[in-house]
Design a protein around this ligand. Structure first.
Ligand SMILES: [Zn+2]
Length: 227
């Protein structure tokens, strides 16, 4: 691993595929530095990681049936990683594309598909490749989730995130429409929603880094919901 990982740490572990039961070796994110006001966060409410492999370690890919999903849903296996098969050597963002495919195959809820696709977009940027396809997919899935009356997630917060997705895609009218649906249930500072509404009005589709006081308000305020 490169030295710019600083306080992040990856560790190899053995897991068992929940789909075909094949044991295989994969990496897990064994240590993540705590969030402080100086932690790089962007306005779509994600933490910028210094290496794409860190985010890719949040998902695991079975070498036998290619089932790919969040590592937390795989059971640990008792043999050492050195004696079981390795996970396929795909690039971090490709791994997320496989996870999207598995999510479709297993018909997970639209919001879970959206969160996965968003991570695929963030991972692509961390890898230095274009992640617009993931962003488009996250948009479609999030619109579907918000239209599902049986879904009980934080609609206000996801409306804000959908606003950000639209803004990043250059769809400024749709972005402002979604920002207007954000209320105090989102647990977000009004200043943030106002600022992003202004950016959309000015036709700004760039990723926006959150200033330290907003990182504090959103991620270090115990009363606000977590992303
Ligand atoms: Zn498998």
């Amino acid at each position: 691993m490169t030295t710019n990982l600083s306080f992040f740490k990856l560790r190899q572990i053995s897991v068992k595929c929940p789909s075909c039961e094949t044991p295989f070796a994969t990496f897990e994110l064994a240590r993540t530095p705590q969030v402080t006001a100086q932690t790089p966060m962007e306005a779509d409410l994600h933490r910028v990681l210094p290496d794409a492999h860190l985010r890719a370690a949040l998902i695991a890919m079975c070498p036998s049936c290619i089932y790919t999903w969040w590592l937390s849903s795989f059971q640990e296996y008792h043999l050492l990683p050195q004696v079981v098969a390795d996970s396929p050597p795909v690039s971090p963002s490709k791994k997320f594309a496989h996870a999207v495919h598995s999510g479709r195959q297993f018909e997970v809820h639209a919001v879970d598909q959206a969160v996965l696709a968003l991570n695929g977009y963030w991972c692509s940027r961390e890898e230095g490749v274009d992640g617009k396809k993931f962003l488009q997919l996250a948009k479609v899935q999030l619109i579907q989730a918000l239209a599902d009356n049986d879904w009980s997630g934080n609609r206000s917060r996801y409306a804000y995130i959908l606003g950000e997705i639209h803004r990043l895609l250059g769809e400024f009218g749709e972005a402002r429409f979604r920002y207007e649906q954000v209320d105090k249930m989102a647990g977000l500072p009004l200043e943030l929603v106002d600022r992003m509404t202004m950016f959309a009005a000015n036709g700004n589709n760039n990723p926006v880094r959150l200033p330290p006081h907003m990182v504090e308000a959103i991620f270090l305020n115990k009363r606000s919901a977590t992303a």
